[in-house]
Design a protein around this ligand. Structure first.
Ligand code: FAD
Length: 287
């Protein structure tokens, strides 16, 4: 089902993001994660696209597999900076054949090897425009509460986000953030510039300090000093507890502010996400 339709019918949605495992032995972990998280009745789940299209076939396979084996509503991520129009057409045709009607249209990170850059799509808004013309897909795009790492300013960043919406994006999913202040400011900027599509906050609990430092260095999200202090010199088990408690409070504040939903970056594990959902009062269907 088109996510645009779900968002127009429901006040609040829950979604989970997965990535296609590189190693065969990790596939079992993802199957298990999907099995558990399916119990929370997600409105959709999404499958990421490896940088530079490195997971193209696996991403398509998992997208189809999740829809057909688990009967879940799926969105495939698609990056364009290393894709030609023909590459994109080939993928869209396969998705259409399998009735996958949701795409997160992304530029992707600029590859170090300039030879891999193709000229057809320089920015995500061009991919949005292209997919929109197919008249088949519901299209999501990425938003950055703290600004995209390459952005000259927050003002420019929101102008470019508006271009993606004007090109046909139906909804926005944000980069992870740990301080809701950035998200609320982002909502204000979006409203002021006339962005009126639903915006889903991306949630990733901090359950391991080193891992989060790595992620945030890559994407520029700020981890509050107070949280870092709480996590320092703690055992894995304590970091998990502190991170989950922090994420539950973060989500509660977002829900109180009437957000349209929560999109969880699961990293293919269910434990953190189920703990947060249970902290928010969700009970899995099977219980
Ligand atoms: P764009 O919206 O095109 O923006 C890229 C940069 O160009 C920004 O700095 C923007 O401000 C600037 N810009 C935009 N338009 C213009 C213009 N007209 N003129 C000048 N500058 C402009 N990456 C993956 O590889 N695979 C994934 O599966 C994936 N999933 C993601 C999911 C979410 C929810 C998010 C938030 C990010 C995801 N990413 C993924 C990361 C994303 O690909 C990178 O952040 C990438 O660097 C930017 O992609 P974009 O679609 O936001 O690009």
């Amino acid at each position: 089902m088109k996510i645009s339709r779900i968002l127009s019918e429901k006040d609040f949605v829950i979604s989970f993001e997965f990535f296609p495992p590189k190693k065969v032995e990790n596939e079992k972990i993802l199957f298990n994660t999907i099995e558990v998280l399916k119990g929370y009745n997600p409105d959709f789940v999404s499958v990421t696209y490896g940088a530079g299209g490195s997971t193209k076939d696996k991403t398509i396979d998992w997208t189809i597999k999740i829809k057909e084996q688990y009967n879940l509503n799926v969105m495939m991520h698609l990056t364009c900076v290393t894709s030609s129009r023909d590459d994109v057409d080939e993928i869209l045709t396969v998705l259409q054949e399998h009735n996958i009607d949701n795409i997160l249209a992304l530029r992707g990170d600029i590859p170090k090897d300039q030879e891999n850059i193709k000229a057809d799509f320089k920015y995500a808004y061009q991919l949005v425009e292209y997919i929109k013309n197919k008249n088949f897909f519901s299209i999501g795009v990425a938003g950055y509460p703290e600004g995209h790492i390459e952005s000259a300013s927050l003002e420019k960043d929101i102008e470019f986000l508006k271009m993606k919406v004007d090109a046909g994006a139906d909804f926005i999913i944000t980069q992870l953030f740990f301080d809701n202040k950035y998200f609320f400011d982002f909502l204000d900027r979006a409203e002021k510039i006339g962005i009126n599509v639903p915006i889903l906050p991306g949630i990733m609990p901090v359950i391991n300090l080193n891992q989060v430092k790595r992620f945030t260095e890559m994407c520029g999200a700020t981890v509050p000093d107070s949280l870092i202090k709480k996590l320092e010199n703690k055992s894995e088990e304590d970091m998990f507890k502190i991170g989950i408690e922090y994420a539950i409070n973060q989500c509660k504040e977002l829900i109180e502010a009437n957000v349209k939903g929560l999109h969880f970056y699961t990293l293919n594990k269910y434990n953190a996400t189920t703990n947060i959902l249970e902290g928010l009062g969700y009970v899995p269907k099977s219980l």
